[in-house]
Design a binder for this molecule. Structure first.
Ligand code: SF4
Length: 356
């Protein structure tokens, strides 16, 4: 069998397997570009089970591009709350406005136009272009890296520039150009259900006869990675202020994590501090100067793991009397404590609110 025949066989086996084993998922029932796009964005960095509920809620709340573009960003973030990687939600919102303004409200149909939308990278553009418009662009996500690296025992690290280019070429060469959408969905589903990271189901795999890693009995050596992600530790100290049924929050407005989500007044420190040590921090006197009696209570310590960071968070309940003069009003928004749940917040703050 020559290379071309072998590539064709791989795609046929994948698509045959997919036709019989694909999971029934709501976004697979349509080829509407808006729906496919939303599902692809949600499924980046999110497992299908978790993504499913968010997808249904999102589509119910924003059934089309127009409703998304006309919503408020707070509404979009609120629906997204808990899903993580909030830049995806902010980008969806910006892209919806782009479609309304630049493409007269009609989702673009060429690869380059899809790629021009905010938050859409090569993977998402290839997925939407192939699934919706049958255009011959291969997808390369974590599942595809794994499957290809094992099938062809590729030693090039997947987290290198050269590796990304190389895997893209291999993905292109095995792509069924007549049925690129089915092919792409098949290989991703196969990676998610059969050729899994830790316990691939090699004994029941339809690609066993063409898989080099299986033949060499070194399946778990693939994919090859250059380096591990280093997780930075950060230390957050939150102050949940109570004053006659009101509290204070602020929208995160920097390019850091959780941009545009709301949070309590925060002091970030270099290491874990207790209250005594915190009181020596200049951030503390900036927050709480010119007030009378304040009562602090340490409520909770939570550890929150993100892809590149581990956040250690201490939460303090702060009680202020009715007549305290409080400088914090200039820097934070005063809201009714009872309305806290209406604001989009990080999963960490949500967890705290559920526990207390
Ligand atoms: S034989 Fe194993 S490693 Fe090879 S493609 Fe199948 S599941 Fe993946």
């Amino acid at each position: 069998m020559n290379k071309k025949e072998s590539d064709k066989l791989i795609s046929s086996l994948l698509q045959y397997w997919y036709a019989q084993h694909k999971r029934s998922l709501p976004w697979r029932e349509t080829k509407a570009p808006y729906v496919v796009w939303i599902s692809e964005i949600i499924l980046q960095q999110t497992r299908v089970n978790q993504g499913n509920d968010y997808f249904l809620r999102f589509i119910e709340r924003f059934p089309d591009i127009k409703s998304l573009a006309e919503a408020s960003e707070d509404d979009v973030l609120k629906i997204w709350q808990g899903l993580g990687y909030y830049s995806r939600a902010r980008n969806l919102y910006t892209a919806a406005k782009q479609v309304m303004e630049k493409f007269d409200g009609v989702f673009p149909s060429s690869y380059s136009d899809i790629l021009s939308l905010k938050g859409v990278g090569e993977y998402t553009a290839a997925a939407v272009a192939s699934i919706v418009y049958n255009l011959p662009y291969p997808v390369v996500d974590g599942n595809v890296f794994r499957v290809l690296s094992r099938l062809f025992t590729i030693e090039t690290p997947i987290d290198s520039t050269i590796g990304k280019k190389y895997f893209n070429e291999i993905a292109q060469s095995i792509l069924d150009e007549q049925h690129p959408g089915d092919h792409n969905q098949a290989i991703m589903e196969f990676g998610a259900l059969v050729c899994t990271p830790k316990q691939p189901k090699c004994t029941e795999c339809p690609l066993q006869s063409v898989c080099l890693a299986f033949e060499k009995k070194n399946v778990l050596n693939y994919p090859v990675k250059k380096g591990k992600t280093i997780q930075k530790e950060r230390f957050f100290n939150y102050f949940h202020i109570e004053q006659n049924g009101y509290t204070y929050v602020k929208k995160r407005d920097n390019s850091d994590v959780w941009k545009n989500l709301y949070e309590f007044p925060l002091i970030e420190t270099e290491e874990q501090n207790d209250l005594l040590k915190l009181q020596e921090n200049s951030g503390f006197s900036n927050l709480f100067h010119s007030v009378g009696e304040i009562y602090f209570q340490h409520k909770l310590r939570l550890k929150h793991i993100l892809s590149h960071r581990i956040i250690h968070a201490d939460f303090y309940r702060v009680e202020l009397g009715q007549y305290n003069i409080f400088d914090i009003e200039k820097k934070f928004i005063k809201i009714k404590s009872a309305s806290l749940f209406e604001y989009p917040v990080s999963r960490l703050i949500h967890k705290y609110l559920e526990i207390i």
